[in-house]
Design a protein around this ligand. Structure first.
Ligand code: HEM
Length: 425
């Protein structure tokens, strides 16, 4: 497929180079919804909490409905309502998503657990983000970025979304987990199918079993000969339970891998693609960024607020009759914490629909909030900074390829660009 064909077909039926990629992205709204924000704003003006799921609001089949066909659905649209749901994990429980995460992650599911089990899982995952582990994540980043840019630098043009953004965070997490380079493409597909809502239950389950079988072999090898990777680190880690220290079990390590793989592989590259499209649509800002790299973190934070890669945190299950911002939620209803809607709430952010990296900084909900806030935020930010800086270092005067239709942002549950054809020099 030429770059032109790719750009044209993207907005029709999902985004991707491979069938599995187009299918998983299409299922989660790519090609069906390009800009969800006008309708969200319309609904927010009527109510802080819509009596519908986000997919329902957009008239799309809800990939999450099968697990709970009869539940009443709600979605929060304001910052205050979203924060209220995320803050109260007892009334708005994560057990609701468990019916889906069991297929995807198995018994260790950070997303599907409530306290005290959830606190235990967060303790288990801590070694993966401690100081030593951050060094491991970082060590894979720069060489990979360099190698990818080497691959197209001489051509003067590239498809940056598929040949740069999409080939980098999945590599970092795969290498950190001890996956062999030749298995990388296959792992990318497995990671995509493990994203919540991205594949039918049987495909998600099959993907999980393949990851587990593979990782059992890696764990066995690392027990004999440890390496400088996350699996060796987790094998070695101890957690304290009832006052005593004990090693993490193999099943727990496998669970953590299945939790981390889709989260680490799927979100950051889409965010990078969104950031780059946003910058290339604003050549003056791009020029300022080349000249002043201190702006890089501001651009990243603002892009995460303005158009993050995730529309909603996993839905919560109301464990009792409740009320959010005056809207009654019956026990047993499912509530989607609309983090993207919250991040565009004009009651919280002035000129909320404007992308303005120079705005006064204040926290947003891109990485969520409360007990389940994203564990990978620091890794994601480090990856985004490095990837942006590497491009600015090596490819001067980056701009959209004038011979290919300009890409656009698309997607509902997961947001992404349709592509990123560029030239430079
Ligand atoms: C731009 C990149 C990313 C964004 C926007 C993002 C966003 C999110 C959001 C919205 C949640 C849901 C939290 C909730 O239920 O309240 C989440 C959870 C999670 N994320 Fe991320 N994430 C990103 C990157 C990563 C990376 C790189 C990793 C790991 C390497 C990661 C690992 C996780 C895990 C394990 C959870 C489950 C946490 C829990 O339920 O306790 N994420 N993330």
């Amino acid at each position: 497929m030429t770059l032109k064909d790719q750009a044209e077909s993207a907005s029709e039926a999902g985004v991707g180079r491979y069938d599995w990629e187009r299918e998983t992205t299409h299922r989660t709204g790519a090609g069906s919804v390009d800009d969800p924000y006008p309708l969200i704003a319309e609904r927010r003006a009527e109510t802080p909490v819509a009596h519908d799921s986000f997919f329902g609001m957009f008239g799309l089949p809800d990939p999450m409905a099968a697990a709970w066909p009869d539940a009443e659905r709600f979605s929060t649209l304001t910052y205050a309502a979203t924060e209220a749901v995320l803050r109260d994990n007892a009334t708005f429980s994560n057990a609701g998503i468990r019916r889906m995460t069991e297929d995807v992650f198995g018994p260790v599911s950070l997303m599907g657990a409530d306290d005290p089990e959830h606190r235990q899982f967060r303790l288990l995952v801590q070694p993966a983000f401690g100081k030593k582990a951050m060094g491991l994540w970082t060590s894979w980043v720069k060489p990979r970025l360099g190698e990818l840019i080497d691959g197209f630098e001489g051509d003067g043009r590239a498809e940056l979304y598929f040949d740069y953004c999409a080939r980098f965070p999945v590599f970092v997490i795969a290498m950190t987990l001890g996956v062999a380079r030749e298995d990388l493409d296959h792992f990318h597909e497995l990671a995509a199918k493990l994203q919540i809502g991205a594949a039918p239950a049987e495909e998600a389950r099959a993907a999980r079993h393949q990851v587990e079988d593979y990782m059992r072999r890696v764990i066995a090898a690392r027990r004999v000969a440890p390496k400088d990777d996350l699996i060796s680190l987790l094998i070695d880690s101890e957690i304290r339970e009832d006052g005593a220290a004990r090693k993490i079990t193999e099943e727990q390590i496998l669970g953590l891998v299945c939790n981390l793989l889709p989260a680490g592989a799927g979100t950051t590259y889409r965010s990078l693609g969104i950031i780059l499209v946003t910058l290339l649509q604003r050549p003056e800002l791009m020029a300022r960024l080349y000249a002043d790299r201190d702006l890089v973190p501001l651009v990243i934070e603002e892009a995460l607020r303005w158009n993050g890669p995730v529309l909603t945190a996993p839905f919560r299950l109301a464990t009792a009759d409740a009320e959010i911002e005056g809207v009654k939620i019956p026990k047993g209803a499912l509530v989607e914490p609309g983090i993207a809607a919250a991040n565009r709430d004009p009651a919280r952010f002035e000129r909320a629909d404007e992308f303005d990296p120079f705005r006064a900084q204040q926290p947003n909900l891109a990485f969520s909030f409360g007990a389940h806030f994203c564990v990978g935020g620091q890794v994601a930010r480090m990856e985004l900074r490095s990837a942006l800086n590497a491009l600015l270092d090596r490819l001067p005067n980056l701009r959209f390829d004038p011979d290919v239709p300009e890409p656009q942002l698309t997607g509902l549950l997961y947001r992404m660009p349709t592509g990123l054809p560029v030239v430079w020099g």
